[in-house]
Design a protein around this ligand. Sequence first.
Ligand SMILES: *Cc1c(COP(=O)(O)O)cnc(C)c1O
Length: 371
Amino acid sequence: MTRPFNFSAGPAALPAEVLTQAAEEMLDWQGAGMGVMEMSHRGREFMSILAQAQADLRELLAVPDNYRILFMQGGALAENAIVPMNLLGGERAGERRTADYVVTGSWSVKSQKEARKYCDVNIAATTEAEKFTRLPQVSEWQLSKDPAYVHICTNETIHGVEYFWTPDLAAAGLPADTPLVADVSSHVLSRPMDVSKFGVLYGGAQKNIGPSGLTLVIVRDDLLGRSLPFTPSAFDWKTVAENDSMFNTPPTYAIYIAGLVFQWLKRQGGLVAMEAQNKAKAELLYGYLDSSGFYRTTVEADCRSRMNVPFFLHDDALNEAFLTGARERGLLQLKGHKSVGGMRASIYNAMPLAGVQALVDYLREFERSHG
Ligand SMILES: *Cc1c(COP(=O)(O)O)cnc(C)c1O
């Protein structure tokens, strides 16, 4: 069966191999006599699925031993509250503390807004005035003196802005133990990442990992146990870690699919191979868009996302015709986010180079017939 190429920003396309295996195992997982959705999360079968998924993820991302991998629920937006709830208590609970946010697109706008319910927020930098088309360098950040943490979104899914560098908070003059917290929802596993430079990484699974309903949190050991007293137990990282992500029933099926994706990534050659593939895809697409006067992009070249590529036709009146023609050619879900307009091609790990080539062929064809 050949499927159309799906450019959805999320929930996004999954590798066909993964879906095929899941379909084959739907009624009977490896001789268990039941499907994964029907198993006790505390049974031997599911415990092995969970352990394998954690081990594979740890290997893929080279997560150091002093970091815990947590499988949670609530999505990245719930983490926007869970992060301050988990980092503002502990020994310094009585103090009125500030958290610093670097705002580079819609998702970090939301993060800082939510955090205001729990702490004072300092916007260290924002590129809103430039419509989120670039990344501010650390030298431009106005950090507070002793923030509880510094939050960034390392890939802005809507605006298409990606960090290809990691901020060094100590070099910026902050106390050495200030945690850097990152929303990595839409580019985690697209390339290797130095986890040790972060205190916390979090993301919803539905962009580049698996189905919605699963939230990934990677947190450094020493940051556990700093939660505010009213933190719901199921959202307290320490409680979740102590129970190995089984404080309550985890999203078992989503974890299983994520586990199949991790194995698929290993078969592709791991994250170094994925990075090469993702680079080739992004270069092909941006290369064509740059060469054309018919289409335009707005994000500065050094921070253009390899995962989410917003682009515009020179005339918005052609948008509907463009999308209709795309659908007819099996190129799905290319409409841009309503806050930005135009088009957006999300080209996560599961999108093959052939899909990007098919899109570029269509871009050229549409330009010829409408230019
Ligand atoms: C999709 C997305 C979110 C929202 O995640 P939910 O799982 O819907 O809560 C947050 N941040 C980023 C960067 C995203 O791409």
